[in-house]
Design a protein around this ligand. Structure first.
Ligand code: ADP
Ligand code: MG
Length: 201
């Protein structure tokens, strides 16, 4: 079985993250957590690539639709439709436009609990509701109400894989095996070494 420290997750700095000059700030946060960058590239994705990326998990359409409908109801608002699939179809069209509008930075980060921790410091999907201290909570101000009334995707700077299964499929979708580098990071000794017997001279 793979060790905890081998867990990998996909992060994409979306076009707005790059245009807002937040690349360094965003990378810094994952880096300071103790994660290791094992793959990185800048690309302008195609619509096909983005559609495949979001529909890689067959459940994503239903889950995203339900999550969005709940978001409306929690705020006492009426959702655009009661059918989660209809809601998601519209979101997907917006995403294809948003994510192909300019360069993005795709990265693979590795470390213990990488998937869950990256989601935690990235913050919830809607910036209006994302926690203070998270990337989406601290650096951007979008909401479902505003993105909806403008008929576009909510702009939240970053994508991060939501589960082990998603991470595995998304990493394969964005990176070839050769583009991911296996190497040792010196700080891993203080993070994972059991005996800590290599510090004192
Ligand atoms: P997350 O990126 O937090 O995993 P989802 O997988 O649910 O969120 O959705 C993917 C992306 O689609 C979001 O990051 C956001 O850019 C966009 N999006 C999701 N729900 C909505 C919505 N209700 N209205 C507009 N855009 C949305
Ligand atoms: Mg998601």
């Amino acid at each position: 079985m793979a060790h905890y420290k081998d867990e990998r997750t996909l992060v994409i700095i979306k076009p707005d993250g790059l245009q807002r000059s937040l690349v360094g700030e965003i990378i810094k946060r994952y880096e300071q957590l103790g994660l290791k960058l094992v793959g990185v590239k800048m690309v302008v994705p195609t619509e096909e690539h983005i559609e495949k990326h979001y529909t890689i998990d067959p459940e994503w359409r239903r889950i995203t639709g339900e999550k969005t409908i709940k978001g409306y109801k929690d705020k006492g608002l009426t959702p655009p439709s009661e059918d989660p699939f209809e809601v998601t179809a519209k979101i997907l069209r917006g995403l294809m436009k948003y994510m192909t509008s300019g360069p993005v930075i795709a990265m693979v980060w590795q470390g213990a609990h990488a998937i869950e921790l990256v989601r935690k410091i990235t913050g919830g999907t809607e910036p209006l509701k994302s926690d203070v201290g998270t990337i989406r909570g601290d650096y951007v101000l979008d909401s479902y109400q505003m993105s909806d009334s403008d008929g576009r995707s909510v702009r939240n700077l970053v994508h991060a894989s939501g589960s082990k299964d998603e991470a595995e499929k998304e990493i394969k979708h964005w990176f070839s095996k050769e583009e991911l580098i296996n190497y040792r990071l010196i700080q891993e000794q203080i993070l994972y070494d059991v005996n800590l017997d290599g510090l004192l001279e």
